[in-house]
Ligand binder design. Structure first.
Ligand code: CAA
Ligand code: NAI
Length: 246
């Protein structure tokens, strides 16, 4: 088992990529905290994993709120005693062309996708630093690396995630903490369902693999970066996008 007895917090784990990552991580022996805004879906997901005999806990969190993140960390420590892995996977879109984008939608995406990653990471680092071990995985996006029509807010947020990842890799490497990012391409989850069909068709033509990715493609990348196999990998952005960016 690649994560035996490791304690992992996965944000945004009630749906999509985060939910798949929770499944992959428990199968590899991790104790997983599914942290998400959506209480019902999160509870159902954690309950299902427990019934299958895995160690899992749901904690409701709004990653953009400091007090909520503090509660997440306290609840995790109460239940499992430590934190080894943080996957900053929670994220939102509020797509609109630049000229139509409201300031509110711009700021909300930055709040969740940037401030949320900042708050969760800041909260776990003292615990990881004290024991000289930790793995932090941030979720960027193809949009943050090369831009995307309709995603001024989201692209800005995912580019910020790359900047934070590299900064923290430099700050925290000496404390035994590894910080990396995954930059997914277009993955079949609820997030992509909002994209108009004609845009999806044009997207597929620019993906060398000629298909959208699956949540498991990203969950497996998270697993690699969370495991010992990536011991010497730090500050990298792993592109999992069927070859859109190369
Ligand atoms: N590439 C090229 N052109 C695009 C485009 C794209 N990805 N998306 C939209 N356009 C074009 C449209 O074809 C249209 O062109 P014409 O005026 O020549 O017909 C023009 O932009 C305006 O588009 P709409 O008529 O759809 O305008 P709208 O205001 O109703 O909607 C929009 C604009 C919100 C950007 C909408 O087109 C949209 O949702 N596009 C998809 C945005 C997208 O790709 N989001 C990714 C979501 S998944 C995700 O975010 C995960 C991740 O990390 C990648
Ligand atoms: P999703 O929409 O299926 O799941 C996102 C989860 O995050 C949801 O369960 C939602 O409740 C949770 N969430 C949203 N705001 C939250 C908050 N404030 N606090 C706590 N939880 C919150 O999306 P998906 O596709 O699984 O995305 C996961 C990550 O991958 C996101 O960061 C997304 O930006 C990123 N990504 C997704 C891609 C895709 O094509 N699906 C491509 C590139 C990146």
């Amino acid at each position: 088992m690649r994560l035996k007895n490791r304690v992992a917090i996965i944000t945004g784990a009630a749906n999509g990529i985060g939910l798949e990552a929770a499944h992959v991580f428990v199968r590899e022996g991790a104790k997983v905290v599914l942290a998400d805004f959506q209480e019902e879906a999160g509870n159902t997901a954690a309950q299902k994993l427990k019934e299958e005999g895995y160690e899992a806990l749901f904690v409701q969190v709004d990653v953009s709120k400091k007090e909520s993140v503090t509660h997440l960390i306290e609840r995790t420590l109460d239940e499992y005693g430590t934190i080894d892995i943080l996957v900053n996977n929670a994220g939102i879109t509020r797509d609109a062309l630049l000229v139509k984008m409201t300031e509110e939608d711009f700021k909300r995406v930055l709040d969740v996708n940037v401030t949320g990653v900042f708050l969760c990471t800041q909260a776990v680092v003292p615990i990881m630093a004290e024991k000289g071990y930790g793995k932090i995985i941030n979720t960027s996006s193809v949009s943050g690396v090369y831009g995307n029509v309709g995603q001024t807010n989201y692209a800005a947020s995912k580019a910020a995630v790359v900047g934070m990842t590299k900064t923290w890799a430099k700050e925290l490497g000496r404390k035994g903490i590894r910080v990396n990012a995954v930059a997914p391409g277009f993955i079949e989850t609820g997030m992509v369902e909002t994209v108009p069909e004609k845009v999806i068709e044009s997207l597929k033509k620019m993906i060398p693999a000629m298909e959208l990715g699956k949540p498991t493609d990203i969950a497996n990348a998270y697993l690699y970066l969370a495991s010992e196999e990536s011991h010497y990998v730090n500050g990298t952005v792993l592109h999992v996008d069927g070859g859109i960016i190369m």
